[in-house]
Design a binder for this molecule. Structure first.
Ligand code: NAP
Ligand code: GDD
Length: 335
């Protein structure tokens, strides 16, 4: 039997790498959409996952997506590509709308144009708990109304509803995973967990004296990225196309994250952390906490890594990286 073929946008990002690894282990032929003339993240991906095939394309460029779908002829498309850093979405709101929002439309149209109304290509959209924003209830479920608090959250809500609309309009197997924050040693250094784990490693090794952070009171539901990509695959392997909330069901504050990370290195966070008002956001999402019951009962999915273990893993990984002379800012090394 021929191997199933998957096309992943955002393959050079955290989730793209874990998803590619997972699908390769399941016997898939994995293709990644890569953009740019000389994207340095592509060589990082190549070092980690030599078996991934690459197709050029950009979520801003409709023709390139049509060409990629035509060339790869995927059974499954995972749309992970996005401007995903929330603060950047205020600085470049229009670009965020184009990539994170309109990019979903372009990918769905590419599938529709190439494979027609009776498309058998299954489509996964990377929706986000940021859509809940100023939450109307806790924990958040598939039925909780959206109130996004950033241009990123608004763009994700557009992509979410559009995916649902293509399912209803064209009968496509198109689903959204509403994923809560998930982290790993491959997390971008701009996100708070990795900023903290790198900060702790630098302080422990005498490379830095302090760590400046924004809002310490915000609460997130943090899980391990490796678990979350399994959920994406399970959603596309289900009998029926449905949307799912994916998270741990627990919530911690940034303050608790900091305490755990410094504690993992035998340090007291209060000696090093400086609260910096300039790092606060124009509008904050104060509290996220998932109710992943539907995913547990219908997909048999569960988060496996406790919060403290995840944070220790990230701190240990960054201590190793810096001790070995790796440079996280150069995208050179990925465990
Ligand atoms: P990430 O590490 O920031 O990766 C983002 C990816 O998007 C990169 O591969 C980037 O490729 C690609 N990209 C950016 N602009 C693009 C464009 N114009 N065309 C094509 N690709 C483009 O994000 P992640 O953490 O892996 O998250 C994956 C997806 O899940 C994102 O859509 C994110 O919004 C969503 N999500 C993430 C979380 C989370 O906690 N991680 C939670 C909920 C939802 P380049 O190398 O070309 O820049
Ligand atoms: N990045 C960052 N840097 N965040 C900080 C800092 C800091 O110095 N100090 C406090 N925070 C707080 C933020 O204000 C926010 O409340 C929380 O830490 C988490 O910030 P991020 O790690 O940047 O993630 P996010 O929750 O905004 O967004 C991530 O998760 C979403 C899912 O809920 C991203 O991965 C999004 O792409 C994803 O959709």
């Amino acid at each position: 039997m021929l191997a199933k073929r998957a096309l992943i946008t955002g393959i050079t990002g955290q989730d793209g790498s874990y998803l590619a690894e997972h699908l390769l282990s399941e016997g898939y032929e994995v293709w990644g959409l890569v953009r740019g003339q000389a994207n340095p993240r592509v060589s990082r991906l190549r070092r980690l996952l030599g078996d991934v095939r690459l197709a050029r394309g950009d979520l801003l460029d409709q023709g390139s997506l049509i060409s990629a779908v035509e060339r790869v002829r995927p059974d499954e498309v995972y749309n992970l590509g996005a401007i995903s850093f929330v603060p950047m979405s205020w600085e470049q709101a229009e670009l965020t709308a184009e990539v994170t929002g309109m990019g979903v439309l372009r990918m769905l149209e590419a599938i529709r144009v190439i494979s027609g109304a009776s498309s058998t290509i299954r489509f996964y959209q990377a929706s986000s708990s940021e859509m809940f924003g100023q939450v109307r209830e806790t924990p958040q479920t598939e039925r909780t109304p959206f109130h996004p608090r950033s241009p990123y959250g608004v763009a994700k809500a557009y992509g979410h509803f559009l995916t649902q609309n293509y399912r209803e309009s064209y009968g496509m197997f198109a689903v959204s995973g509403i994923l809560f924050n998930h982290e790993s040693p491959r997390r971008g250094a701009e996100f708070v967990t990795r900023k903290v784990s790198l900060g702790v490693a630098r302080i422990k090794l005498g490379l830095a004296a302090e760590l400046r952070l924004g809002n310490l009171e915000a609460r997130r539901d943090w899980g391990f990225a490796g678990d979350y990509v399994r959920a994406m695959h399970l959603m596309l392997s289900a009998d029926k196309p449905e949307d799912y909330v994916i998270g741990t069901g627990r919530t911690q504050s940034v303050r608790e994250l900091v305490e755990a990370a410094f504690g993992a290195a035998g340090l007291n966070w209060q000696d090093y952390v400086i609260a910096d008002q300039s790092l606060h956001r124009p509008a904050e999402v104060d509290l996220l906490c998932a109710d992943p019951k539907k995913a547990r009962t219908q997909l048999g999915w569960e988060a496996t890594m406790p919060f403290e273990e995840l944070i220790s893993l990230m701190v240990e990984s960054d201590l190793r990286l810096l001790t070995d002379g790796g440079d996280p800012d150069q995208d050179s090394s990925w465990p």
